[in-house]
Design a protein. Structure first.
Length: 253
């Protein structure tokens, strides 16, 4: 058992392919099941909006309206939303895999936990994003005429995107994950600062483009926190001496 744990504590190409394939299959399954029931999605979106009003968190409309009046901000937000979501996540994963295999093993499990939990949320709580409600401006749809994204404002091809997959915000979940991994494992201070800044800019972008509610972000942040506890706390007991202390795992960046 100890040898098996030590073996699995290190990333292996076949295991990584299996994890990615499994998550993609789960996403495809949820996508095919969800994204079709319009009434429940709008009911859930309205319920979230009402709850935020009571909690004094309803800042989406003024932020979105301000972004709509600032064309440079709107353009940069669209590029950020559609591009960094994929490439920063992939880049951080590749960086850890190449420079710090034990850290990558932990990080990939946190990412998988977060993604699969979010998929459960998409299935159980289909939610219409703010951009589908009156008074909001769909920034990505407005900038699609010169951008390379869908006119619907979808962050990916419409054929593989669930338009009601807003609760929780996987967009922000991946950004928090990437920022945490950079802040924890990068050696240079300025790189770690970028790790902190990146998810903050993502929060602004998803709200400014009217793609997510504030509570979408709060819920995924809680999921990330749970994932970090589940994966990191028992890791040394499960993996034994195969995994060094986190402080010793910092890699050059």
């Amino acid at each position: 058992m100890a040898r098996t744990r030590a073996y699995l504590a290190q990333p292996h190409w076949w295991l990584e392919i299996a994890i990615v394939w499994s998550i993609f299959q789960a996403y495809s399954y949820v996508r095919n099941l969800g994204g079709k029931e319009v009434a429940p999605a709008f009911a859930n979106g309205s319920a979230i909006e009402d709850l935020q009003e009571r909690l004094h968190l309803a800042i989406e409309m003024p932020v979105n309206q301000w972004v709509n009046t600032q064309r440079l901000v709107a353009d940069l937000s669209s590029v950020h939303y559609h591009t960094l979501h994929w490439w920063v996540t992939i880049g951080v994963a590749v960086w850890l895999y190449r420079t710090n295999r034990p850290a990558y093993r932990r990080a990939s499990l946190v990412l998988a936990f977060t993604t699969l939990t979010a998929l459960v949320g998409f299935y159980l709580i289909p939610t219409a994003p703010p951009r589908m409600y009156a008074g909001y401006h769909d920034i990505l749809a407005q900038t699609a005429s010169w951008g390379w994204w869908e006119s619907s404002g979808s962050p990916g091809p419409e054929s593989i995107t669930n338009q009601f997959a807003a609760m929780p915000s996987l967009h922000c979940g991946w950004a928090i994950w990437a920022g945490l991994m950079i802040a924890i494992y990068a050696r240079r201070t300025w790189v770690r600062v970028l790790g902190v800044v990146y998810p903050l800019t993502t929060f602004f972008v998803v709200v400014g483009t009217a793609n997510h509610w504030i509570l979408d972000i709060v819920v995924v942040a809680v999921i990330i926190a749970v994932a970090m506890v589940v994966v990191y706390r028992p890791w040394r007991q499960a993996a034994g001496a195969a995994v060094p202390e986190p402080a010793a795992e910092r890699s050059a960046a």
